[in-house]
Design a protein around this ligand. Structure first.
Ligand code: PLP
Length: 452
């Protein structure tokens, strides 16, 4: 099939996620046909460096035979069985065991789901159930953050702080509030606060919200260790220590959403470890299977797990695909490969620092106001006037223009407003990082030329 035929058939029947259906119909989709390593290929014959690892998930890169073989073997052995009503199967129990071996010491249980959104639905129910069992049923409020992302189901989008999502198909789940995000470039810089002062101010905003709602009513705080979809937002160093103090002071559970940060993205198995967090609950998905098959879960710390197990009775919650054997077998193999190949350590010790050095060079570019990275996640803030730090006029859609020019140059880089973000496969080499930076620079040059 040629590209126009693919596009016509796609347009006729396929409604894409997070897409303006009409605009896509007019422009036509890019048709991705195959992939290997860190590259995807489209129906026009282009080879494109996937700077986003799909949707932050293809941690091991494309084309791993071992994962194909794990899936095939499991499909032949037992393609599906459920884990409801006291049944189990080897892939689910082995994956649970492996995850708890990799997780921080106080985490010894996992509840499986089909996705990150379902993991956060599970979080909401577990958190409220926990406090009810503790004899404090008033503790129902969950505090998330503005511009946080926790998925697209009703609970996921309610916990997230994406206003455009809240505005469609509401109302949101009640008893969820949002506080300021620790986004210094976007929200602290203009107020002439140092990053450290701004980080403390965001933690203070959390405390204010707890006092406003009443500490006896607040169940949990949910946040990504580093905000991903919001724009690869690395918090100032003061932020997490101050947040930890606030949560301990008022006996509030911490939910660290590890859907993006987990499985090596920040150079540790979990982003929480980078920030020395000890979360009570950790939703996971994406890199758990390197995106090869859909699987998610919630890692549950002892405090919550012991209560649910010892006092909870039946938990009326679960999904047909909770612990799906084929997905679990692939996830297990993925974790074994990440471990055997030392991928997480390499991100921390070699690739992360190398990317940081090369990425920082882009800060010199005339339309870049900030270049930041942590592990293998990075962002560039586009600005119209570098000296004054002012943004481009919104009507210019500078970020989307730069994203499209990246594609043309042969690089997937995503735009969130005028923030350009990357999150490449964790198996990227130095040479491929060099190529990524070169293509990003080329797209920045062209963006600057078109907007001047
Ligand atoms: N949580 C975070 C931090 C995410 O980034 C995402 C997806 O991008 C989700 C949850 C939702 O995961 P899924 O799309 O698998 O439902």
């Amino acid at each position: 099939m040629q590209t126009p035929q693919y596009q016509a058939r796609d347009r006729a029947h396929h409604l894409h996620p997070f897409t303006d259906f009409k605009a896509l119909g007019e422009e036509g989709s890019r048709v991705v046909t195959h992939a290997e390593g860190v590259y995807i290929h489209d129906s026009e014959g282009h080879r494109i460096l996937d700077g986003m690892a799909g949707l932050w998930c293809v941690n091991l890169g494309y084309g791993r035979r071992e994962l194909v073989e794990a899936a095939t073997a499991q499909l032949e052995q037992l393609p599906y069985y459920n884990t409801f009503f006291k049944t189990t199967h080897p892939p689910a129990l082995k994956l649970a065991e492996k995850l708890c071996e990799l997780a921080p010491a106080h985490v010894n249980h996992v509840f499986f789901t089909g996705s990150g959104s379902e993991a956060n639905d599970t979080v909401l129910r577990m958190v409220r159930r926990y406090w009810a069992l503790k004899g404090r049923p008033g503790k129902r409020w969950i505090i998330g953050r503005e511009n946080g992302y926790h998925g697209s189901t009703v609970a996921g989008m309610s916990l997230g702080g994406m206003a455009p999502m809240h505005d469609q198909g509401g109302p949101c789940v009640p008893e969820i509030a949002h506080v300021a995000q620790p986004y210094w470039f976007g929200e602290g810089r203009g107020r002439e606060l140092s990053p450290e002062a701004f980080g403390r101010q965001c933690a203070a905003a959390l405390e204010d919200k707890i006092l406003e709602l009443g500490e006896e009513n607040v169940a949990a705080f949910i946040a990504e260790p580093v905000q991903g979809a919001g724009g690869a937002i690395m918090p100032p160093a003061s932020y997490w220590p101050a947040v930890k103090e606030v949560l301990a002071k008022y006996d509030i559970l911490l939910v660290a959403d590890e859907v993006i940060c987990g499985f090596g993205r920040l150079g540790e198995w979990f982003g929480s470890q980078h920030f020395s967090l000890e979360p009570d609950l950790m939703p996971i998905a994406k890199g758990l299977s390197s995106g090869y098959l859909p699987i998610g879960g919630v890692l549950v710390g002892d405090r919550v797990a012991d209560t649910l197990i010892d006092e909870g009775g039946e938990f009326f919650h679960g999904f047909t695909y909770s612990g799906h054997p084929t997905c679990a077998a692939v996830a297990l193999r993925n974790l074994e490969l990440l471990e055997a190949e030392g991928v997480v350590d390499r991100v921390r010790e070699d690739l992360g620092p190398y990317l940081a050095r090369r990425w920082a060079e882009l800060a010199e570019h005339p339309i870049v106001g900030e270049a930041r990275s942590l592990g293998l996640m990075g962002a560039l803030e586009l600005v119209a006037d570098k000296a004054a730090g002012t943004r481009f006029d919104k009507s210019l859609s500078a970020g989307n223009l730069c994203r499209d020019l990246c594609f043309e140059a042969g690089l997937v880089m995503r735009s969130v407003g005028d923030t350009m973000i990357i999150s490449p496969p964790l198996v990227i080499t130095h040479e491929e990082i060099d190529e990524l930076v070169r293509l990003a620079r080329q797209a920045l040059d062209e963006t600057a030329r078109r907007l001047s």
